[in-house]
Design a binder for this molecule. Structure first.
Ligand code: HEC
Length: 113
């Protein structure tokens, strides 16, 4: 399959992971609700790449993320939480959107420590 070939790189043992710039934003702004387990009524977990690529309903979760970001549906500033939910900075939004718009591509695990 083309997908496997693309991820294969030179090392057969390489595992795929979320790019660390993306992971940092998810951790700071999304995972308190979309973590494992999900909190405060959030529907999907973004705790790892396989979950973000899972097809839920009619489309993969990363396409749902793209849609939610485009209309500023997420993060939900009206949800009461302690500490209060913070909006994304312009940079954080761009990092997430670029990644989901590309189809949530992986990097080699540990590549950006
Ligand atoms: C304070 C908790 C909280 C935070 C933080 C949060 N979410 Fe959510 N999220 C929710 C809840 C609750 C829902 C369900 C809302 C609804 O359906 O009305 C939801 C729904 C979603 C959905 C589903 C939309 C669909 O297709 O049905 C996506 C995608 C999503 N969030 C992405 C994100 C992203 C990306 C972030 C970080 C930038 C984020 N969320 C941060 C609570 C949160």
């Amino acid at each position: 399959m083309a997908l496997l070939a693309a991820v294969g790189c030179s090392e057969s043992s390489a595992e795929s992971a979320i790019p660390c710039t993306v992971e940092a934003v998810l951790e700071a702004k999304c995972l308190r609700c979309h973590g494992e387990p999900t909190q405060l009524g959030a529907p999907y977990s973004f705790s790892d790449l396989s979950r973000i690529r899972e097809v839920r309903g009619d489309k993969p979760v990363y396409e749902r993320i793209a849609a939610a970001l485009r209309v500023d549906f997420m993060p939900p500033l009206d949800v009461e939480a302690e500490p209060a939910v913070q909006p994304l900075s312009a940079r954080e939004k761009r990092v997430l959107l670029e990644w989901v718009n590309e189809g949530a591509p992986s990097v080699k695990r540990g590549a950006c420590d």
